[in-house]
Design a protein around this ligand. Sequence first.
Ligand code: UD1
Ligand code: UDP
Length: 368
Amino acid sequence: MAIKVLSIFGTRPEAIKMCPVVKELNKRKNINSVVCLTGQHREMLRQVMDVFKLKEDYNLDIMKPNQTLSMITASILEKMDDIISKEKPGLILVHGDTSTAFVAALAAFYHQIPIGHVEAGLRTYNLKSPYPEEFNRQAIDVMTEFYFAPTEKAKDTLLNEGKSENRVFVTGNTVIDALSTTVTDSYFNEHIEWAKDSRLILLTAHRRENIGEPMENIFKAVVKLTETFEDVKFIYPIHLNPRVREIADKYLKSNDKIRLIEPLDVFDFHNFMKRSYLIMTDSGEIQEEAPSLGKPVLVLRDTTERPEGINAGTLKLVGTDAVAIFNEAKLLLENENEYKKMSEAKNPYGDGTASCKIADIIETYFKE
Ligand code: UD1
Ligand code: UDP
């Protein structure tokens, strides 16, 4: 009999990394794949589902403007009950470290359904950074039965925490599976045309712990860079969070070297990355994509759970001090050797077969 696998995700980054998994599960005859979106994100989630041409079976549609962590947690937990009771899956898959992932895992745990954690084993061991994601991922791994670790390093972390070795599988990161379907040589976009005679810096910033003064510092550094370097242009696809938009509008709106644009779909975003000179971001997932594309990234955070990209030389942890951000960007804009050192394409995250490996492991285990 086929094993029923319920995949639950709800934000843009989870969807980008879970759609390749769902596509692979759909191909397997021993697996009955069901997808539940929590709808923690709305438009930004739909963009991903559309690019991957996938349809969900359920959408809890919980998103509210300016939602708090408690609102997200309470509404997902309550709505998950009926779906899990109705579907009675043999396995629930969650991804990463969002509130959706944590609450879906909690709901699975309450129903005593085994949990598979895709992208398990990332840690900063600092509960304040990233917040609340570090708590989420640690808590999920207390409840998980199948750990799909992206790298050997993540596996070692899990083993050091005492997880049993026969439940930890190194699969690579499914983001590489996604990247292999999006990046293309023949790509045209009006914003890229606008920046074509300049060095393009792609900017994203959205983290909860950066909202407020840290984000203001980031934007001050960006403005100073536009004033200092004639040949630099910025494109910033702004997250739909109104609190982020307010700060971005205040600092960046009237600058003709900065384009504030709506969130790009993942196909466009990956192709923008490929055509950038440099990326400045507080995102997690972009830190995994950039090494494959050979694009230097200044990470606008105090910690990273992705040391692989630092070791590969592609990422530099810069924090959120305006002077430090300006100086690190200046270095890469002025010093060719420094730029070259960071811009060699290296991919520490596997060979694009992570989804296939995850589906194989599930099929094999549940056949037994
Ligand atoms: C969430 C995740 C974070 C992840 C990020 C990816 C948690 C606690 N945080 O943070 O780990 O890095 O997603 O982007 O799980 N909004 C829209 N439309 C959308 C999406 C968001 O309008 O499609 C607005 C809403 O007003 C919403 C707000 O953005 O209330 C914040 O969304 P939320 O999911 O709470 O936080 P993120 O910062 O996106
Ligand atoms: N991304 C996208 N459109 C955008 C900005 C980012 O598709 O306008 C993609 C990006 O390539 C990466 C993911 O979204 O795969 C990162 O999402 P985000 O920064 O929201 O979340 P995080 O990675 O910080 O959890």
